[in-house]
Design a protein around this ligand. Structure first.
Ligand SMILES: [Zn+2]
Length: 102
C-alpha cells in the first residue's frame, strides 16, 4: 500500500496587507491607527463632527472642514451641522450682547 499525500488543489492565497489598510488612521486627525474597516476610533467620529461644525461656524469657507463634511456619513454630517448652528447662534448672541452693552 502506497501512502499518497493528498494533492493540494491550490496554494492558499496569502492575504497581503495593503499599504493603505496598514496606514489607516483615525479620521478625526488624532493620528491613532484604526482597523482597516473603521474610519474612527470609538467616539472620535463625534469629536470630528464637532470640530468640523465649529470650524465652519468660524469660517464657512474652510476648505478642510468642507472636505471633511463631504466625506461624512449622513448622520455625522447632521451632527456637524447641528454643532455649526449652535456655534453660530452662540456667536450671534455674544455679538448682540456686546452691542447692547456698548
Ligand atoms: Zn481620533
Amino acid at each position: 500500500m502506497t501512502t499518497r499525500k493528498p494533492t493540494r488543489a491550490k496554494a492558499k492565497p496569502t492575504p497581503e496587507p495593503t499599504p493603505e489598510a496598514e496606514a489607516r488612521v483615525c479620521g478625526c486627525g488624532c493620528g491613532v491607527a484604526v482597523s482597516p474597516r473603521a474610519s474612527f476610533r470609538p467616539g472620535h467620529d463625534a469629536r470630528h463632527a464637532g470640530a468640523t461644525g465649529r470650524a465652519l461656524a468660524a469660517n464657512p469657507k474652510d476648505a478642510a472642514a468642507l472636505a471633511a463634511l463631504a466625506g461624512m456619513s449622513e448622520a455625522l454630517r447632521a451632527k456637524a451641522e447641528r454643532v455649526r448652528a449652535n456655534a453660530e447662534a452662540k456667536a450671534q448672541r455674544a455679538k448682540a450682547e456686546a452691542e447692547s452693552a456698548a
